[in-house]
Write a protein that binds this ligand. Structure first.
Ligand code: 8X3
Length: 260
């Protein structure tokens, strides 16, 4: 594995990972811990992140709903009060609800997806930006999706929200040009995690399984964490603007090779 940039410096570098209770978030927390970061695991399910934190050499769990701005501000204030540095923020919390056509999609689902995938990223990024800037070498990662770069039938609200996450990354990078903060967007395609499709289809295991049916090797959470770990550990002057990662069997969101 590659070394954390400026690994010769005495201080330990800290990475905050949202949505760290499972899937890509948990895998990213493990990966950054392996790279030598102190990891702050943030998620709604405290039992899960506490269990993961206990496995890692230097980690702590913080119960956080990224859509709750007051809670996010309190989180940032607590890190600040402890004089904790924040060197890396991985905005991973997000998800899909439903796969209905635009004609029949539930506006409540669209709102929820906008809140977590867009306003969640905005909340945590705004709250931690002063600390990231003060670190002198900060990195903001936005885990978007290939759904942030193209659309597909039934994608509806999720595609709209992930386009929003992509726009945050693009705009923030422009606005921070000249500041010591990189903005990296990682856009995964089909990733088989225990929860993404199950959540999207509200626990309907058959519908969730259909997403990956006949796909020999969808990406795993570790595959995506590997790309995040790589991008974050490039030298400070190297900004990986956008990293799109898909399984070989998926040439586009609507073009997936499936065996019979
Ligand atoms: C997940 C990719 O194709 O399910 O972010 O929208 S997709």
């Amino acid at each position: 594995m590659t070394a954390v940039p400026d690994a010769s410096a005495a201080r330990t570098r800290t990475a905050v990972v949202t949505g760290a209770s499972s899937g890509i978030g948990a895998a990213t927390a493990r990966r950054l811990a392996a790279e030598g970061y102190r990891v702050v695991l943030a998620a709604r399910r405290k039992d899960r992140i506490e269990a993961l934190a206990a496995e890692l050499p230097d980690a702590e769990a913080y119960r956080l709903d990224v859509t709750d701005r007051a809670a996010v501000d309190a989180f940032a204030a607590e890190l600040d009060a402890r004089h904790d540095s924040v060197d890396v923020l991985v905005n991973n919390a997000g998800g899909a609800l439903g796969a209905d056509p635009v004609a029949t999609g539930d506006p409540a689902d669209w709102r929820t997806m906008y809140e977590v995938n867009v306003l969640g990223v905005l909340n945590v990024t705004q709250a931690l930006l002063p600390a990231l800037t003060a670190s002198g070498d900060g990195t903001v990662v936005v885990v978007s999706s290939t759904a942030g770069h193209g659309t597909y039938e039934g994608g509806g609200g999720y595609v709209a929200a992930k386009h929003g996450a992509h726009v945050i990354a693009e705009t923030l990078r422009l606005e921070l040009c000249g500041e010591p903060v990189r903005v990296i967007e990682v856009a995964p395609g089909m990733v088989k995690t225990e929860e993404f499709a199950a959540t999207r289809f509200r626990g309907d295991a058959a519908k969730a399984a259909k997403v990956y049916e006949g796909v020999a090797e969808p990406l795993t959470a570790d595959d995506v964490a590997d790309t995040i770990g790589w991008a974050v550990t490039r030298p400070a002057h190297v900004n990986i603007d956008l990293l799109v990662v898909r399984p070989r069997a998926q040439a586009a969101n609507h073009k997936v090779h499936r065996t019979a």
